[in-house]
Design a binder for this molecule. Structure first.
Ligand code: PNS
Length: 167
């Protein structure tokens, strides 16, 4: 008897750094996928001023999900649709925190659909207590001396503090 193939999904983003909001979305995605690939993009549609290097972001995500073998992490270059094809994944997961996210997310989802019609984007909603968290705000608050310990995992906090001490 043929077993159904495991469903693979990709959760792409900048993850600079990974926050509790991202973690929540990734763990929720396991309700619809057997295998989740957290994919750190070298190129983001948002032109951002980054803090962590690509490999650092990948390493931090690996630490955060070290308890969950269904979640893998890697980086990718180029188009998300091309990366998804190489992974044989037809589901892209994105988090929606607020209406303000919607326009950008819809545009990306439809562009990706145009580039590869078989790719489905699904949107998941984080727990309300994480809705206001963004990686860019975490970077800003931390760089100005604010306490971000309730927004990121201890491993991320440690690296964030070390990074800002160097700066
Ligand atoms: O966390 P972000 O920065 O909002 O994530 C955006 C990301 C990385 C998912 C998007 O920019 C992306 O898919 N980049 C890869 C290049 C690509 O495929 N661009 C066309 C997107 S429609």
């Amino acid at each position: 008897m043929n077993r159904p193939r495991p469903t693979a999904a990709i959760y792409p983003g900048s993850f600079d750094p990974i926050t509790h909001g991202h973690e929540d979305i990734a763990r929720r995605a396991l309700a619809v996928a057997d295998r989740l690939i957290v994919a750190v993009a070298r190129t983001s549609t948002h032109d951002k001023h980054g803090l962590f290097g690509l490999e650092e972001r990948v390493a931090l995500i690996g630490e955060v999900f070290s308890d969950e073998r269904r979640i893998e992490v890697c980086s990718f270059e180029g188009l998300l649709v091309d990366f998804a094809r190489t992974q044989e994944a037809r589901i892209v997961v994105r988090g929606l925190r607020a209406v303000s996210d919607f326009e950008y997310e819809l545009q990306m989802a439809q562009m990706n659909q145009e580039l590869w019609p078989e790719l489905e984007t699904i949107f998941l909603v984080p727990e309300a207590r994480y809705s206001f968290i963004s990686a860019s705000l975490v970077r800003e608050v931390a760089s100005l001396g604010g306490d971000v310990s309730s927004f990121v995992s201890p491993a991320v906090l440690e690296r964030l503090e070390a990074k800002l001490r160097q700066a």
